[in-house]
Each structure stands twice: as structure tokens, then as C-alpha cells.
Design a protein around this ligand. Structure first.
Ligand SMILES: N[C@@H](CCC(=O)N[C@@H](CSO)C(=O)NCC(=O)O)C(=O)O
Length: 214
């Protein structure tokens, strides 16, 4: 029976899970959750995700939430090379850079995406330039670390693509859609690393799904 992913692909955290399902070659069904009716806060959905957020994943009688944990489950289930779990130190480096993505990339990027893409488009609000600037400064510090890392290894965890890299793609994709994509101009290795990920068939397929539900 196919796994079910609850949420809209336009959500960066849902897209993170979808790219792992695609890389793992798993059959899955996307079950949309309608934010406009606060369906994500419904008892039915909070029974899947107690924080009332998307994504959630159902695989048989197993129900999971938190996109990075779901992603690891999907990849682990298919013995994916993207976790390097047969090598203790490589697997640890995947975890290191996945944590870095969650705390040092996703956090400032989520503010920039909200301010530049969500607030004006979905809520008719005004972008707060000062808030954007503060978070772009945080992002530049993160990109400086990434640039130095990518001088030494092809990908973040090592000379192998891993979940730690792919976990960045949804948010990096949206960065390129904001007026601030030029922040990458001073980080050529980071830009090339992102472009390499965006060229992957799995990523291209999920981007089409993101666009279709935006
Ligand atoms: N750490 C979690 C974040 C999920 C999340 O914020 N989901 C958003 C939509 S995607 O940006 C969400 O559900 N927002 C609605 C809300 O928080 O009420 C994860 O990785 O799954």
C-alpha cells in the first residue's frame, strides 16, 4: 500500500519529504491539507501531527511528523545511500550538516521566504525590509561556512550527495524566487552546489509539484 504524505507540495517541509520519496523510488499519495479552512488544526490532522503542522506521513499503521525525521524513515526503509548508514563517521557527518541546515539555514531562510513570498502574496502584507536584512546577514554567515566546506568536499557531508544536501533544496529554490537571489553571487561554490541539486530529476519533479500547488 502506498505511503500517504499529508500537506501541500508548495510547503518546503512537505517538499523535503517528497524529494526523499522520489529518490527512494517509493510509491506515495499526496493528501492535500487545506490551510484556508485550518484543516491542519483539525482533530483529524492533529492526531497525525500534534503541532497542527504539515507534513505528516502515514505508512500502514505508522504515522510520523517532522519532515527531517520522516525523510530519514523513507530513506532508511529503502536502504538509501543518501544516509550513509553503513559508515558510522559518514552517517554522523550527514547528521551534522542536516542539523546545520535546520538551525543555520532553514531558520533565517524561513523568515526571508515569509517576508518576501508569503506575506505579500497570500496575506497582502508589507515586507519588513529590516527583518529581511537581519536574516540575510545571518544567511551570509551560513553561506560563508558552506563556501569554505565546499572548498574541501564536493558536498556538505563529504564527497557524496546526502540528505544533508537535499534537505536544503526546497528553501534554496524559494530563495532564487525572492529579490535576494544575488546574495549567492559572493558564494560561487554554494551557488553551483544548489544548481547541481536543482538539476536532479527528483528535484525537478518535486518543483513541478510545488509550482502546481503554490
Ligand atoms: N519542523 C517542522 C516544520 C513544519 C512546518 O512549519 N510546517 C508549516 C508549513 S511548511 O512551512 C506549517 O504547517 N505551518 C502551519 C503552522 O505552523 O500552524 C517540519 O520540519 O516538519
Amino acid at each position: 500500500m502506498a505511503m500517504k504524505v499529508y500537506g501541500l507540495p508548495m510547503s518546503t517541509n512537505v517538499a523535503r519529504v517528497l524529494v526523499c520519496l522520489e529518490e527512494a523510488g517509493e510509491q506515495y499519495e499526496v493528501v492535500p491539507i487545506d490551510f484556508s479552512t485550518a484543516e491542519h488544526k483539525s482533530p483529524e490532522h492533529t492526531s497525525r501531527n500534534p503541532f497542527g503542522q504539515v507534513p505528516a506521513l502515514q505508512d500502514g499503521d505508522l504515522i510520523l511528523f517532522e519532515s527531517r525525521a520522516i525523510s530519514k524513515y523513507v530513506l532508511r526503509k529503502s536502504n538509501s545511500e543518501l544516509l550513509k548508514e553503513h559508515n558510522l563517521s559518514d552517517a554522523a557527518k550527514v547528521d551534522v550538516w542536516l542539523e546545520a541546515e535546520s538551525h543555520h539555514f532553514d531558520e533565517p531562510m524561513s523568515v526571508v521566504i515569509y517576508q518576501c513570498l508569503i506575506l505579500p502574496v497570500y496575506f497582502g502584507g508589507q515586507t519588513d525590509a529590516k527583518v529581511v536584512e537581519e536574516n540575510l546577514e545571518k544567511l551570509k554567515k551560513t553561506f560563508q561556512v558552506y563556501e569554505e566546506r565546499l572548498c574541501k568536499s564536493k558536498y556538505l557531508a563529504g564527497d557524496f550527495l546526502s540528505l544533508a544536501d537535499l534537505s536544503h533544496f526546497p528553501t534554496a529554490y524559494y530563495l532564487l524566487a525572492t529579490p535576494h537571489a544575488a546574495v549567492l553571487d559572493e558564494f560561487p561554490l554554494v551557488k553551483a552546489w544548489i544548481d547541481g541539486m536543482l538539476a536532479r530529476p527528483s528535484v525537478k519533479k518535486v518543483i513541478e509539484m510545488m509550482k502546481a500547488t503554490a
